[in-house]
Design a protein around this ligand. Structure first.
Ligand SMILES: Nc1ncnc2c1ncn2[C@@H]1O[C@H](COP(=O)(O)OP(=O)(O)OP(=O)(O)O)[C@@H](O)[C@H]1O
Length: 242
C-alpha cells in the first residue's frame, strides 16, 4: 500500500537561535520518500528533526506537515512517530507494554493491536523479550524496542535520529532493510539522521546536507554523490578533495 503519501514536510523560512548557534531552514521533504539528513557534528541535524517533531519552535517561519501548519501542535499531537537517540522507553514498563503505548497511550489494545505488537517485536528480533524491563536490555535492544514502538504507530511521518548507531554492522544493515520494507508497505515519509555514507546510500532517495545551521545540499541521492566539489560533502563521502 504505497498510496498513503500524504506526509510532505515543509520548513518555510524557519529561523531559530539556540545559544550561539543559529539555524536557517527552507526546504520541502517529499511525501512518501526516504530523506537522509547528514552533515558534520553540530551542523543542526537533531535541531531540524526537533523542529519537525515540535520539541523546538521556530523564532520565525513555519513548519507544515501534509499542508497543515503544525506550529500550534504539541509534539504528541503531530502526525509523526519518533525514534530518537535517547529512546524514551518507560523504565517501569515491560517491552510489550512500551511498544503497545505506540498504538494507544491508554493501553486499550484490541486483539489485533496485541498481534501488531507481537509482529513488530519479532520483526526487530525481540520475540521472547515481551516481559523484560528496559534496564535488562542492551543499548541496541532498547533501540530496537523503540523502533518496534514506532513501527506500530502507523503515522504518515517517521523521524529517526541515528536509530541504529548502537548496533553492530550486521544488525544495522538488517534494521535498514526492515525500514525499507516498512516504507514499501506504508508509503510513510521517512526522515533519518545518519552519520554513515553507506547507510545513506542504502536508504535514502533524497539527501539534505547541513553545515553550520544551514542547508548546503537538497536533492536526490544520485546528485548528492556528485557534489564532492562542496568540501564538507566531499569529506563526508570520503573524498580528500582537490
Ligand atoms: N538548547 C541549546 N542551547 C544552546 N545550543 C544548542 C542547544 N541545542 C543545540 N545547540 C547547539 O546547536 C548546534 C547544533 O546542534 P544539533 O544537536 O542540532 O547538531 P547535530 O548536527 O545533530 O550534531 P551531532 O551530529 O553531533 O549529533 C550545536 O552546536 C549545539 O551545541
Amino acid at each position: 500500500m504505497s498510496g498513503n503519501a500524504t506526509g510532505d514536510i515543509v520548513l518555510d523560512g524557519v529561523k531559530l537561535r539556540l545559544g550561539d548557534a543559529g539555524f536557517d531552514f527552507d526546504c520541502r521533504i517529499g511525501a512518501g520518500r526516504i530523506t537522509a539528513i547528514a552533515g558534520p557534528s553540530g551542523s543542526g541535524k537533531s535541531t531540524l528533526l526537533n523542529l519537525i517533531a515540535g520539541f523546538e519552535r521556530p523564532d520565525s517561519g513555519r513548519v507544515l506537515i501534509a499542508g497543515e501548519d503544525v506550529g500550534g501542535f504539541a509534539p504528541g499531537k503531530r502526525p509523526v512517530s519518533l525514534v530518537f537517540q535517547d529512546n524514551n522507553l518507560f523504565a517501569h514498563l515491560d517491552v510489550f507494554t512500551n511498544v503497545g503505548l505506540g498504538i494507544n497511550p491508554a493501553l486499550r489494545l484490541s486483539a489485533a493491536d496485541r498481534e501488531a505488537v507481537s509482529t513488530a517485536l519479532s520483526r526487530v528480533g525481540l520475540a521472547g523479550y515481551e516481559k523484560r524491563k528496559p534496564a535488562t536490555l542492551s543499548g541496541g535492544e532498547r533501540q530496537r524496542a523503540a523502533f518496534a514502538r514506532a513501527l506500530v504507530r502507523r503515522k504518515p511521518v517517521m523521524l529517526l535520529d541515528e536509530p541504529f548507531a548502537a548496533l553492530d554492522p550486521g544488525l544495522r544493515a538488517s534494521m535498514a532493510d526492515l525500514l525499507i520494507d516498512l516504507h514499501r508497505e506504508t508509503g510513510a515519509t521517512i526522515v533519518i539522521v545518519s552519520h554513515d555514507p553507506d547507510e545513506v546510500a542504502r536508504l535514502a532517495g533524497d539527501v539534505l546536507f547541513l553545515d553550520r545551521g544551514g542547508i548546503v545540499f537538497d536533492g536526490p541521492h544520485a546528485e548528492f554523490t556528485e557534489r564532492v566539489d562542496i568540501e564538507v560533502i566531499g569529506r563526508f563521502l570520503g573524498h580528500s578533495g582537490g
